[in-house]
Ligand binder design. Structure first.
Ligand SMILES: [Mn+2]
Length: 231
């Protein structure tokens, strides 16, 4: 896969289309999610929406996590029902022309506590810092370090329990890897995620993930990262 680490225009175009379908599915989630729904119901809705909007298949099994389940980065949707003043984390993507998209947002339903707002704002800023560090010539571990140092400064260093991001293309996880150990060098037209998260066991989790083409400032999603509070 190393020869595909820098994407051609055709590859980029497929990834952009895939991300655009993902954006539309997120709109539908925001319009249709209701207190009382289960994680499985939301995940099924997402899967059906992707296929209806032209996705070839899911790029990976959709993650839907309510409340304390958000503290598990790879939570498998279960029968947990949505109640008020809690977070919903959705991590999802589809495939167009063989190319994947990957997108995560956490939003609140029925209000948000002070702790929820504080954690959210820290992750939101961390994602921006990661995005700003994506430059042709940057070492991947330096991007991770910028994000990790910020979350550490905010008191969440030990709650950020995974790498900052990864390449996306024909595979949902491919080179380059953005973590503490990766000395790979970013080049223009690589496609990578920036996905910081804070996970507080038994309580809540927040992850914000955007997909970027290195060398272009804007993420592929048109959804900004301002906290959405439904209801
Ligand atoms: Mn990802």
């Amino acid at each position: 896969m190393q020869n595909r680490i820098i994407k051609t225009e055709e590859e980029l175009s497929n990834i952009i289309k895939s991300a655009s379908i993902t954006d539309k599915v997120f709109d539908l989630v925001l319009e249709n999610i209701k207190i009382g729904m289960t994680e499985v119901e939301v995940a099924n809705f997402i899967e059906q929406s992707f296929i209806r909007l032209g996705g070839e298949k899911l790029s990976f099994d959709t993650i839907v996590a309510f409340g304390e389940n958000g503290a598990e980065p790879h939570h498998v949707p279960c029968d947990r029902r949505l109640s008020g003043a809690e977070f919903v984390t959705i991590d999802m993507g589809t495939v167009v022309g063989g190319y994947c998209s990957d997108f995560t947002r956490t939003f609140a339903v029925g209000g948000a506590t002070r702790e929820m707002l504080d954690v959210y704002e820290a992750v939101r800023e961390a994602e921006k810092i990661g995005a700003d560090a994506l430059k042709d010539g940057a070492k991947c571990f330096d991007v991770d370090k910028a994000v990790r140092d910020y979350l550490t400064e905010k008191g969440y260093g030990d709650k950020f329990i995974h790498g900052t991001g990864h390449g996306v293309g024909l595979e949902i996880h491919e080179a380059p890897t953005l973590n503490t150990k990766s000395d790979e060098v970013l080049k223009d037209n690589m496609v990578v995620t920036v996905e910081p998260g804070v996970y507080i066991e038994g309580c809540l989790g927040v992850r914000i993930e955007n997909l970027y083409i290195v060398g272009r400032a804007e993420p592929l999603s048109r959804h900004d990262t301002k906290l959405i509070i439904i209801g």
